[in-house]
Design a protein around this ligand. Structure first.
Ligand SMILES: *Cc1c(COP(=O)(O)O)cnc(C)c1O
Length: 389
């Protein structure tokens, strides 16, 4: 065997996003023991930073030792018991995954289905909640499979009114658009490290409200999975009275998350959100000037995930292959019903810069021209630049 030397790629897909040299060098620092006092104080700092980032001063916040899907699984498995009613708003791949997990937890699952590319319909969710007492309302804030943002504040409000706990997937939203657990009065929110936080994949920050903690403590049955059982996990992450061994924390990955949070707070969370919005406007102006169309209505678009329709007669996969080969640029393909029909361009965290927007427009125009789709890349760049003045 030989050492693995990855090429230097530019990551503008649905995640992972570019990881900054500062985070990469943090990952390479010496490993310490997971019960070492210095590591415990790092854990405490990460918990406090996550409370600040989710704006969840009264929630228990910890990074789970697995990717974003682990946050989803922890939420569903801890809150749901056999026979509980769970309403899931499904408007893309990740909502569908939530419904599957709720079903595996033994819940009676009611899905409110939407066409891919649409935001969650508040009235239909309200109607589903009104039909019967409901334990959990689950939905995706930023649906990465389609590029759609839904109204988390209103949906969490509906859950409160119905006496249900809310589960909000913030994997792609956290750090890119406003996430506000306190203002939404949300119960469980989870995220991932490789989207707008720009750390490598492998951790899932989660925030759990006091109401949700009480519901978990009052379960009639044990949580079905061991690693993500909140009651056991908190003996490790809880802090008070010393920690007991539960699992071995992914120590170096946590150095990386810590550094990415330091970087985010240096910039300011609000400033980072404004940066994502501004670069999104520039990218969209450039794409439209090149003759391309966005999938999602302007009012529902996510700045950090831009879904672009593939023009008739253009080979979707050949364009992605071209930009990867010639520009070392990764953009995403469509999933499910959008397969072959869209590209997904991420502007997440460290990948949300003017340089990334200009490079992506240049590379895409070149790839389209290679297939005979006439585009003027100078026009596309000028339209993007006009937004960046
Ligand atoms: C990426 C993503 C997930 C899953 O995260 P992994 O880190 O891939 O497990 C869940 N929900 C949404 C909205 C995502 O974008």
């Amino acid at each position: 065997m030989q050492s693995f030397q990855p090429p230097r790629r530019i990551l503008m897909g649905p995640g992972p996003s570019d990881v900054s040299p500062r985070v990469l060098s943090a990952l390479a620092r010496p490993t310490v023991g997971h019960l070492d006092p210095v590591f415990q104080s790092l854990m405490e700092e990460i918990k406090t930073a996550l409370q600040r980032l989710f704006n969840a001063p009264d929630h228990a916040c910890v990074p789970l030792p697995a990717p974003g899907t682990a946050g989803m699984e922890a939420a569903m498995m801890n809150l749901l018991e056999p026979g509980d009613r769970c309403v899931v708003a499904v408007n893309g791949a990740f909502g569908g995954r939530m419904a599957d997990m709720a079903d595996r937890a033994g819940a009676t699952v009611v899905t409110v289905e939407h066409a891919w590319g649409e935001a969650i319909d508040i009235a239909r969710v309200e109607a589903a909640l009104a039909e019967a007492p409901t334990k959990v309302l689950a939905f995706v804030h930023a649906e990465t499979s389609t590029g759609v943002r839904s109204d988390a504040a209103t949906l969490c409000g509906l859950a409160r009114k119905a006496g249900a706990l809310s589960v909000v997937d913030c994997v792609t939203s956290l750090g890119g658009i406003v996430v506000d657990a306190a203002a939404w009065d949300a119960d469980v929110l989870y995220s991932g490290t490789q989207k707008c936080l720009s750390a490598p994949p492998g951790l899932s920050p989660i925030a759990i409200s006091k109401r949700a903690q009480a519901a978990i403590q009052g379960r009639k049955t044990k949580v079905r999975n061991w690693l993500l059982d909140f009651n056991l996990l908190m003996s490790y992450w809880g802090g008070e009275g010393g920690r007991t061994y539960h699992h071995t924390a992914p120590i170096n990955a946590l150095y990386g998350l810590h550094e990415s949070l330091v970087i985010l707070f240096e910039e300011g969370v609000q400033a980072a959100i404004v940066r994502h919005a501004r670069l999104h406007e520039a990218l969209v102006a450039g794409l439209e000037a090149a003759g391309l169309e966005m999938l999602v209505d302007a009012k529902d678009r996510l700045p950090q995930l831009n879904t672009v329709r593939v023009p008739d007669g253009v080979d979707e996969a050949a364009v992605r292959a071209h930009v990867l080969k010639v520009w070392d640029l990764e953009i995403g393909a469509g999933l499910g019903p959008l397969k072959g029909k869209v590209w997904r361009i991420g502007l997440m965290g460290a990948s949300a810069t003017p340089w990334h927007v200009r490079l992506c427009l240049t590379a895409l125009c070149e790839a389209l021209a290679a297939q005979g789709f006439g585009v003027e890349s100078a026009k596309a760049l000028a339209a993007a630049d006009a937004k960046l003045k």
